[in-house]
Design a protein around this ligand. Structure first.
Ligand code: FAQ
Length: 319
């Protein structure tokens, strides 16, 4: 039976009143948000790796500057999201620990390799494109800090998507080899991108409750369909094709029909057996270990500062 607090909480959600960190909330709501926001933060941070791989090999200064800015944006997104999750009572150290021990997930998409320069365009266009479609509704999610963080994230993601599309457009108008590289990247990133939206609704354990709490505003399948409808049109501008023989406009549904998703592959990747899972986690664990001296130095500095002037926390001149 619903308690009085639960009734008040659901009433606020139903009336579009944001839930703030100090408000009463059901424990499962708090846990669901910690799970989703921390997974989202980890995805941003792990997502820097496949693209970071190409910073030194970007083909011009302009492309290098754009890619550095994009990868740096992803770090920023991770930090806003970790901060939003911290307001729910979990520490950043705990979240990192969950990532490093494999307890927390991050998006399946970042376990695929970036084999050619065209992959950077495909990530911007398809991966950031899928991320935006999922994230725009999150600007209206019921938990205030998450919703507010998403506003800025979405603005930056829309720049990311355009730069990816522009990169592919350039390749698609280039030499035969460049056109081929462009098509090959689309072929490899298409299916993993549509898997990003998560399992079908009937196989998604969290969707119904998250919709009731207005954490999610659309189901996984609704967002996937929107994405496919959008990309099926945009690919025509590139003069490329999507690797799906069953992709076809359905006049009755007013949506594109599409082929079968390989859910076996998806669950293998989510379960840690994708092409780059080990490499990605090893890179994150190494970064954490390499940064130990910085954390130790910062803690020692803060303690020394506080001990020299406990009332004010010390000043930099006194150290
Ligand atoms: N990968 O019941 P549902 C980006 C898990 S950001 C791995 O449907 P839910 C920016 C799910 O966690 C990309 N695991 O779950 C960028 C659950 O497992 P659990 C990340 C997945 O939460 C671009 C189980 O399957 N975006 O790309 C995936 O209601 C370029 C059952 O699933 C977000 O995180 C998956 N794809 O819906 C950065 C957005 N899908 O936790 C760098 C926020 C599902 O019970 C470069 N998150 N699972 O063990 C969400 O909207 C939701 O969490 C969903 C999943 C839609 C991802």
């Amino acid at each position: 039976m619903e308690t009085n607090q639960e009734t008040i909480f659901q009433d606020k959600v139903d009336h579009e009143i944001k839930i703030e960190p100090k408000d009463w909330m059901p424990e499962k709501y708090r846990q669901t948000l910690i799970r989703q926001i921390s997974q989202h933060a980890h995805s941003e941070i792990v997502g820097m790796l496949p693209e970071g791989n190409w910073i030194t090999r970007a083909p011009s200064l302009r492309r290098k500057a754009i890619l550095i800015a994009k990868v740096q944006d992803e770090a920023g997104h991770g930090l806003y999201l970790y901060s939003a999750a911290e307001t729910l009572g979990i520490s950043r150290d705990e979240m990192y620990d969950q990532l490093h021990t494999g307890k927390a997930k991050y998006s399946s998409i970042f376990n695929y390799p970036t084999l050619t320069w065209a992959d950077i365009g495909a990530i911007g266009w398809l991966v950031d494109g899928a991320a935006i479609l999922n994230q725009i509704p999150l600007c209206r999610t019921s938990f205030g800090p998450y919703a507010r963080a998403m506003v800025r994230v979405c603005k930056e993601e829309s720049f990311h998507q355009r730069q990816g599309f522009e990169l592919l457009l350039t390749l698609s108008q280039g030499t035969d080899a460049q056109k081929q590289m462009c098509q090959d990247a689309i072929n490899r990133w298409w299916w993993p991108s549509i898997m990003m939206f998560g399992p079908n609704d009937d196989a998604s354990p969290h969707t119904a409750q998250s919709m009731k709490w207005k954490i999610k505003r659309f189901t996984n399948d609704e967002l996937r369909q929107k994405f496919i409808d959008m990309i099926a049109e945009q690919v025509k501008v590139l003069n490329m094709r999507l690797p799906d023989a069953d992709l076809k406009w359905n006049e009755e549904r007013k949506h594109y029909d599409f082929g079968k998703i390989n859910w076996e592959e998806f669950w293998q990747v989510v379960g840690g057996n994708g092409p780059c899972n080990k490499q990605r986690l090893d890179a994150r664990k190494k970064a954490w270990a390499d940064g130990a001296w910085v954390r130790e130095a910062a803690t020692a500095y803060a303690e020394k500062k506080a001990s020299l002037n406990p009332s004010k926390g010390g000043t930099s001149e006194t150290v």
